[in-house]
Ligand binder design. Structure first.
Ligand code: HEC
Length: 107
């Protein structure tokens, strides 16, 4: 009998250790990956001007030309991700268009 209750205590201790460890390992902060892709990209005036041209030439084919002021930066990042392939922009052109719209985006 003595042995059984000793095992029961051991099991109890083991379970409480597992439970407390499980609690500790729960990540308390999920770091945001939303931090802007754009702000990490070096943007200069030439890129913005080139982006403006690419935008005017490629982004009014399927619908009216949207103005950068119509959307906020965060929204534009998603829109350009979706529209760049439609407009067959390469990575370089895409970055320039993004620089242009973000520079003029709704605040
Ligand atoms: C091949 C056709 C095509 C081209 C080229 C194209 N788009 Fe679009 N665009 C669409 C379609 C279709 C929609 C509406 C459906 C959707 O949102 O996917 C749309 C929607 C949009 C919207 C509205 C999004 C919203 O949420 O209201 C914006 C802004 C936009 N496009 C921007 C652009 C920009 C900037 C470019 C140039 C890089 C571009 N589009 C090139 C087809 C195109």
């Amino acid at each position: 009998m003595k042995k059984v209750s000793y095992n029961a205590i051991l099991a109890f201790i083991a379970i409480s250790i597992v439970v407390s460890c499980a609690k500790k390992s729960t990540p308390s902060s999920i770091t945001s990956t939303e931090s802007s892709v754009v702000s990490k990209t070096v943007v200069n005036e030439n890129d913005i001007a080139a982006g403006h041209q690419i935008f005017d030439q490629n982004c009014g084919k399927c619908h009216r030309i949207y103005t950068p002021q119509e959307f906020k930066e965060k929204r534009w990042v998603r829109i350009i991700d979706e529209m760049a392939p439609k407009a067959r922009l390469n990575d370089n052109e895409k970055q320039k268009v993004l620089a242009y719209v973000v520079a003029n985006a709704k605040k």
